[in-house]
Design a protein around this ligand. Structure first.
Ligand code: SAM
Length: 279
């Protein structure tokens, strides 16, 4: 017995269903159910929430989420080989687990979920950042989800929480920190996975702020940040020149020295610059 439910241990599930990991699908499985229960707890109280899980694989985290009391879980998995293993979990939790065999980039989860919604996943590395950016840039804010609890390569996790002054600081940090409160809540060595990936991983918890941290038009802010970091080694007065011929005036209005580089500028100042450009 696994300790958290009456289903077989994950190694047995993988052997029974012939789930040899595929690199092309970013498959690095978590087999320790104590660990997956711990990750599920990092997502907070799930008893009143529907949970969206991307890439359940053989279902370790899915079992953690259900054992920790998730109201319902919608699990979207691309690999059809995993579906029979996941169906066994669905049988053990009647009415609580819905499995969709498909690409998370193509499925609209809102057709299947009821608010409040939390997202929890050990993301496939090849689509992890793309999904995060999508969740952070919905047509309107607040988004459909309350929080994201996501496993990334540690280097990506560090880029999400990075502060000004270092190489990790860039578009992802600004995007995440503008609309959420991102924190690294767990670090995991490669050996926590089967097969072990080449790099360490980390779980990031992002709770959605009710409104963006500082006012700014999303499209303008995106344009400013993209231009600033596309030429991150240049001084902002030249990196941003194409945005507005009077860019130096706008930089002054935002309290930014025209000779500074993108890496040194705080989110609040980028938002002030976006507002000045729109004024
Ligand atoms: N959650 C499982 C765990 O923790 O053991 C598996 C995590 S593994 C890192 C990533 C999972 O995402 C794999 O099961 C893979 O098949 C699935 N996957 C890869 N690309 C996907 C996509 N575009 N949509 C949905 N699932 C995908």
């Amino acid at each position: 017995m696994s300790g958290i439910d009456n289903l077989p241990p994950l190694r047995e599930v993988i052997a029974t269903h012939d789930l040899a990991a595929k690199k092309s699908l970013g498959q690095n499985f978590l087999l320790d159910l104590n660990l997956t229960a711990k990750i599920a707890r990092l997502a907070g109280d799930l008893s009143q929430s529907d949970v969206l899980e991307i890439g359940p694989g053989p279902g370790g985290l899915t079992r953690g989420l259900l054992a920790e009391g998730a109201r319902r879980v919608l699990a979207i998995e691309k690999d059809p080989r995993c579906v029979p293993a996941l169906a066994e979990i669905a049988d053990a939790y009647p009415g609580q687990l819905q499995i969709i065999n498909g690409d998370a980039l193509d499925v609209n989860p809102l057709e299947h979920l009821t608010s409040p919604i939390k997202i929890a996943a050990n993301l496939p590395y090849n689509v992890g950042t793309e999904l995060l950016v999508r969740w952070l840039t919905p047509p309107a804010w607040p988004p459909f989800w309350e929080s994201l609890t996501l496993m990334f390569q540690r280097e990506v996790a560090q880029r999400i929480v990075a502060q000004p002054g270092g190489k990790a600081y860039g578009r992802l940090a600004l995007l995440a920190q503008w609309r959420t409160d991102p924190r690294i809540v767990m670090e995991l060595p490669p050996e926590a996975f089967s097969p072990p990936p080449k790099v360490s991983s980390a779980v990031v918890h992002l709770s959605a702020l009710p409104a963006p941290r500082y006012p700014a038009n999303p499209a303008t802010l995106n344009r400013v940040v993209a231009a600033a970091f596309n030429q991150r080694r240049k001084m902002l007065r030249s990196a941003l020149k194409s945005l507005d011929p009077a860019i130096e005036d706008h930089l002054h209005a935002a309290g930014i020295k025209p000779t500074e580089r993108a890496e040194q500028v705080h989110l609040e100042a980028f938002c002030a610059l976006a507002r000045s450009l729109d004024s």
